[in-house]
Design a protein around this ligand. Sequence first.
Ligand code: AMP
Length: 110
Amino acid sequence: MPTLFERIMDGEIPSDQVYEDEICVVFRDVAPQAPTHVLVVPRTPIQSLADGLNAALAGHLLVVANKVAQQEGLSDGYRVVINCGADGGQSVDHLHVHVLGGRALGWPPG
Ligand code: AMP
């Protein structure tokens, strides 16, 4: 079964895409938690951070997260979040990096 994010990347489910390359796709979160909230999603459907992410891919996703943050004009800063597993609040079982910005974000998270 393709993951929700594979179906988005295949164009079966519409998305507001802001970036893509051969390794990952970035689109806006459907339920944004900040003025800018995008998801950096690897094309390979790794289930979570705990499932075989390699250093090269991890690095690429973070480099793209910063690239998109700059593209989105988040010059005052932003937050990168990876939810992992049930206790981490992960709801889509396809690894993704949240990039949130455009307002001052609170800490700690709930
Ligand atoms: P997580 O809870 O860390 O697994 O994050 C999953 C994210 O996917 C949530 O922030 C959802 O709002 C987002 N999401 C769910 N469905 C869609 C969709 N069709 N398009 C864009 N984002 C989505």
